[in-house]
Unconditional design. Sequence first.
Length: 495
Amino acid sequence: MDTFLFYLKVGINHILDINAYDHLLFLSSITLPYTFKRYYSLFWIVTFFTIGHTFSLYISTYGIYNPDLNIIEFLIPITILFSAVSNLFLKVQVKKSSLSYLVSFLFGLIHGFGFAGFYDQITFSDNIEFTPLIGFTIGVEIAQIIIVFFVLLLSTILNSNETEIYVGGSTSLNLYKLLLSLIKRNDSITKISTDNLNFPSDKYICEGICNDYNLKFNLLEYDNYLPDIDVLEQFIKNNNGIIVLSLVTYKSSYRYPVKKINRICQENDSIVIWDLSHAIGAIDIDMKVNDIDYAIGCTYKYLNGGPGSPAFIYARNEKQIGLKSPIKGWFSHSDPFNFSKKYIQSESMSKFSSGTPHIISMSTLDSSLDITINATTKKLENKAIDLYNFFTEIFNDRLMNLGFKIITPKNKDDRGSHISIVHEESWRITKCLTDPEYHGEKKIIVDFRPPNIIRIALTPLYISFNDIYIICIRLINIIESKEYESKDDSKNIVT
């Protein structure tokens, strides 16, 4: 069993470290026409490739047949080119599943022969055994399915193509790479802008790039937690360049009229990058319908990935031309395992890759994204609306008279999926919720945002109407009993 598990891990790590780059590139090219709705066919295509790959690896390892490696090295890029051209340019899709599986099997044979050399290097014994080969093969299959399914799941939620998304890195790193790639492509861009409702780290990245590259940074400041779209429109007209906005603002949960803002930018020779971090998974986002060209975001909030889960970059297919990532990493090379002295950038979204995939966190997202897709973001958004309405009914009847105020927009089309309320004792109230003074009270996790905001996430996947009732009653009790007076004003790092 130890031998099997060892080679299982070797197989997984080999694929996820992209040490079989040509084979992964082929898999990427052959899956391009598929969406998650056709996952069954895609699974069997990947599996037949693995079967062919394993068969040729077997007969090569056992010395039954060893073809000329020069021929194999010639055929491998031919299979990749054939798949890419047919799928991307000719839009050819094999209608008969049996023929599609046969083609995948044959291509797997070719790639397996090319893979045999590496397998020989990692077997430690001259005695030929089945266990290492079986473990290694299963590991390869698991790794392939993890990568393919994760990208398909995320692209389904966004209603985008798999070729338009890069998954990896952090939101800040991805914003940095996307901004610089846009600036390098268009040297007429001299300004980067954002507003004071955007998440602070987005502002840090924008301002830092402007300082480093002698560009002008512009910050639009509003008087309260909600933007004035007329003012924003004039701001864009006066500051042509790139503007970065959060689709849903992190404090008030305001949702921008995304399609209108995109139109304003297009009419004024400007580019908008949308940060979807507080929106994706909570509201229904259609990248195509809303004419979104560029976006970044995280997966650890409403997509339930948790801290450390990978972020993503979205770039519409036709907008990827000419983009050059500022980080010339090993995995962003067009042929990383050629080990060329000359850097040649990948023309796919993998150009934004700079290191090994976040595979542990990606593997957990496979399940969390699957739940989101099964529920559908439209149904999730509808439940969030119902949760909001239920909260406001209790709020208007009881909480409003206790000094609370809602700063989240009332119109369902103008907000995301969290409620923000303010109170002069917001911080001490938050401490009572998360660390009750009285024994037996439930701990309720909320966010405090300066200066006086309590943010309540209406995460529709698992927040119930009873949960909303419980927090409302708890807020009432904290004020009426003056429990907050038992807490001081000291703050921890995380609030």
